[in-house]
Design a protein around this ligand. Structure first.
Ligand SMILES: Cc1cc2nc3c(=O)[nH]c(=O)nc-3n(C[C@H](O)[C@H](O)[C@H](O)COP(=O)(O)OP(=O)(O)OC[C@H]3O[C@@H](n4cnc5c(N)ncnc54)[C@H](O)[C@@H]3O)c2cc1C
Length: 475
């Protein structure tokens, strides 16, 4: 097994896509097989050394960054064990880079539907955060495609959990070597990556998905695949008024299956400002809806367009147009982040989702805040098809920072009051852990701490992820 203990090598593991600055570790273990994972965990458990699990470090909430102890990096657990094209399944070690895997299955005309936006991530990181992707509107998040997980507990014991075998029964989740009493909270029926997943009659595998490294080390997974996607086209539709967007979205969603829509996104006026250098067709536009759909169904597009009052459209006529418009989505977060880094502003990212019928209320809430606080720079964009928008705030001074934090808390409360989630994707990690109570109350979060203690009684794994580690002292 490889290890690293010089400061220079460790520093690279103390960052991800968040701006978390308090990372600290004594050593990095890089196991090359499952036996070595077990060996490290048994040793750390005996010595009570905190272990934080690290994958590719593309996470947004500092989940892989420890504040003490050691790091267990899955980077050498990177074998694609099997791709079974007949049954459309694949078995991978958890450190496989998603992009490498996608390239392999593309060769045999198969596709992995979660298609995460950041494809440098590892498959294990995706499972631990229940990552969503470009086509989540059509296919849902990672959870839906995970058939089996091998999870190594901090004690070194191995759980091999298969989907479809064990479900919640009489208030318990049975993992063979222990049972988990169902807590009182439930995960809402919306896009969600907020703490441990709990639903009535749930499959036991689903608790592990989205558990952000706090329950065990995922070493191996079985995924389900589908046939490669049909050729697609993109249309960007511009509107003069943004008040009607929720209604327009409802009309477009009615055509989801008919048009075979894969992706449905939104860009407000402030977002479009960040794209005008590369895409001059956005100049003077007020807001836009972006649709990616099956090229064979393009002849049905007029059915949508005649139902909505739009101003302009841009459509991909060729494959090179398509490629250019695909980048339209990527460019925005990239341009936003580099601009605000340059001017030294922080980003407060609201990432809430709500049920479809409540979407207009959340949208109007965001728009009202925007109008009432014109001095505070904001953008609203993202996954409108999933009733999930990114509402990013960029405070420029202490006063604005206070205001932005107040808006953050109020927005989570609003989403939760509408039956939604304050954390639709990315997880909670360390940067948002103090806010999880806004969604589940103190009692709910303490129930999560109790679950962790059953899986990890010595409390050494990925501490401070999901909830502050002092919660573990109260259960
Ligand atoms: C440009 C960009 C775009 C992004 N877009 C999206 C998006 O659209 N949707 C989305 O959901 N996310 C998105 N992300 C966030 C990020 O890519 C995901 O959270 C991803 O799943 C993290 O994977 P990783 O391999 O980088 O994990 P890391 O950041 O290394 O770790 C993430 C968490 O997983 C845990 N973990 C990792 N491996 C294991 C394992 N084997 N066993 C147990 N726990 C483990 C870690 O402890 C940590 O808590 C984006 C990030 C970037 C930079």
């Amino acid at each position: 097994m490889k290890t690293k203990d010089d400061l220079l090598s460790i520093v690279g593991y103390l960052e991800d896509s968040s701006n978390f600055k308090n990372g600290k570790a004594n050593k990095v273990y890089i196991p090359e097989n499952e036996d070595e994972v077990i060996e490290i965990l048994k040793y750390c458990c005996k010595e009570k050394i905190p272990v934080t699990i690290s994958a590719a470090g593309t996470g947004n909430v500092a989940g892989r960054i420890p504040t003490e102890g050691v790091i267990l990096s899955t980077e050498s657990l990177n074998k694609i064990i099997k791709i079974d094209s007949k049954n459309k399944i694949a078995v991978l070690q958890s450190g496989v880079v998603v992009n490498d895997f996608l390239k392999e299955i593309e060769k045999i005309n198969l596709f992995y539907p979660p298609f995460p936006t950041e494809r440098n991530a590892f498959i294990g990181g995706n499972i631990a955060t229940n990552a969503s992707g470009e086509y989540s509107f059509r296919f849902g998040p990672t959870r839906n495609y995970i058939k089996r997980i091998r999870l190594i507990l901090s004690s070194g014991k191995v759980l091999d959990i298969k989907r479809g075998e064990l479900f919640e029964k009489e208030g318990f989740l049975d993992y063979g070597i222990f049972k988990i009493k169902m807590p009182s909270y439930r995960t809402p029926d919306v896009k969600c990556s907020a703490g441990y997943y709990i639903k009535d009659k749930m499959d036991t595998i689903d608790l592990i998905i989205g558990s952000e490294g706090t329950l065990g080390v995922i070493t191996e997974v079985e995924l389900s695949l589908i046939d490669k996607l049909p050729e697609r086209f993109i249309i960007i539709i511009f509107f003069d008024k943004d008040e009607d967007i929720p209604e327009i979205i409802s009309k477009i969603k009615e055509q989801k299956d008919k048009l075979n829509i894969f992706s449905l996104e939104f860009f407000d006026k402030n977002s479009l400002e960040f794209l005008k250098e590369e895409y001059n067709f956005v100049v003077g536009q007020n807001c836009a809806i972006y649709i990616e759909a099956d090229k064979e169904k393009i002849y049905l597009l007029d059915e949508i367009l005649e139902k909505i009052n739009y101003k302009d459209t841009v459509i991909s006529e060729s494959f090179s147009d398509y490629k250019k418009l695909i980048d339209f989505r990527y460019k925005l977060p990239e341009n936003i982040n580099s601009y605000f880094k340059k001017i030294g502003s922080i980003k407060i990212a609201i990432d809430a989702s709500v049920p479809q019928e409540k979407f207009a209320q959340l949208y109007n809430f965001y728009k009202k805040i925007q109008k009432e606080n014109l001095n505070l720079q904001t953008v609203i964009f993202g996954h409108i098809g999933e009733n999930h928008l990114h509402f990013n705030l960029f405070p420029r001074n202490e006063l604005q920072k206070e205001l932005a934090e107040k808006i953050y808390v109020e927005s989570i409360k609003k989403a939760v009051s509408l039956g939604g989630s304050g954390f639709a994707e990315h997880g909670v990690g360390k940067t948002k852990n103090k806010y999880l109570e806004l969604m589940y109350g103190k009692e709910g979060v303490l129930e999560m701490a109790k679950i962790k203690k059953v899986f990890d009684p010595q409390c050494i794994l990925s501490l401070d992820n999901i909830f502050p580690m002092n919660y573990l002292n109260f259960v």
